[in-house]
Design a binder for this molecule. Structure first.
Ligand code: OAD
Length: 320
């Protein structure tokens, strides 16, 4: 079946040919929640301020040249401060639950509840918002880990999230808002090995992904009839390998602000045979798709961020 628009996509999802849907998400789906992505203008990498971070001049230069070094294994084992200082507001924001899932997050639950065809969501996001929509845990693979689980990167000793947040609040300086925390950062030490290598269980560049990514993707992809790629630049592997690991017969739909993954074989334009690109804000696109599918969203409206609620009011979608 050739997908030309959201109406045909909706019909395909509801058709008997579509039995298994896999969704790959990235930072773009949490932008409407208020969390900037990594690579867009104004994203985390463009707004990084190495001069504010506790580090040597050499380390700061490296962060200027390559902002991803802040979240790299190599940098972290030299010093945990860049990671912890950059991530401080994010860690404390997750603790304080200041961000809410959007329509794009809820789509997976609506798909699961209405059709039972959701095989898995592979999310590269560490914000935990995919886990906050009421999906069974086994439907979600947190490809790059999650902020709300904490362990020592050196020895694996776990730490309670709230205790860790207290340590972050009192020991790690707030580089964006200096009056919020201590003037100087102090190490957060592991209770087992004593090293200053305690951090949320997120995957650093240079470290391997959780085993369930490899185990479940090997199981899920061969049977996928539809792969939905949402809010990701597809520049980071091996997460991006999902797009070329599905069979030729799998329909691939990209829902994103911009075309992504052409170098991975995703086709755009009128010649594209199997791939469909729904360009735009993913909340907007999902709202239109949900409307095509005729699904009721009454029970989620009140839980959505203001942005999504406004969008719904403007479009008057499926509300009683
Ligand atoms: P990126 O910041 O690389 O890409 C986000 C994509 O979403 C871009 O293509 C944006 O155009 C698009 N986008 C942004 N807002 C959107 C919106 N409202 N609607 C639709 N599209 C939107 O983020 P990721 O692809 O998730 O890894 O980044 C992948 C990995 O790189 C992250 O998991 C993280 C990062 O370094 C690690 O830290 C290991």
């Amino acid at each position: 079946m050739k997908i030309n628009d959201l109406a045909t996509l909706g019909r395909f999802i509801l058709s008997p040919e579509c039995k298994s849907v896999v969704i790959l998400t990235g930072a773009g789906i949490s932008v409407a929640s208020g969390i900037p992505d990594f690579r867009s203008p104004g994203g985390m990498y463009e707004t990084l301020r190495p001069e504010l971070i506790t580090a040597t001049e050499k380390q700061r230069r490296l962060m200027e040249i390559n902002p991803t070094s802040v979240v790299s294994t190599e940098m972290f084992f030299q010093t945990a401060f860049p990671y912890l200082e950059v991530r401080r507001p994010f860690i404390l924001g997750v603790r304080d639950k200041i961000w809410k899932p959007t329509i794009a997050h809820y789509f997976a639950r609506l798909l699961h509840d209405n059709t039972g065809k959701l095989t898995r969501v592979y999310t590269q996001n560490i914000d935990g918002l995919t886990n906050a929509v009421g999906l069974p845990d086994d439907k979600i693979v947190s490809v790059h880990g999650t902020i709300s689980k904490v362990a020592c990167e050196n020895c694996g000793q776990g730490m309670d999230f709230d205790s860790f947040c207290n340590e972050v609040e009192t020991k790690i300086k707030d580089i964006y808002n200096p009056e919020n925390g201590p003037r100087e950062s102090q190490p957060i030490r592991c209770s087992s090995c004593g090293k200053a290598t305690v951090k949320p269980k997120t995957v650093l560049f240079g470290s391997s992904l959780p085993a369930d990514f490899f185990e479940l993707s090997a199981q899920d992809l061969p049977a996928a009839d539809l792969l939905m790629v949402v809010g990701t630049s597809l520049v980071v592997g091996p997460a991006n390998s999902l797009v070329y690991s599905v069979p030729q017969s799998t329909i691939r739909v990209v829902i994103n602000n911009e075309p992504v993954g052409e170098e991975l074989g995703i086709e755009y334009g009128p010649e594209a045979e199997r791939d469909y690109f729904a360009q735009g804000n993913c909340d907007d696109v999902f709202l239109d798709l949900i409307n095509e599918l005729g699904w009721n969203v009454d029970d989620i409206i009140d839980d959505l961020p203001e942005y999504s609620q406004t969008l719904m009011r403007m479009k008057g979608k499926n509300q009683s």
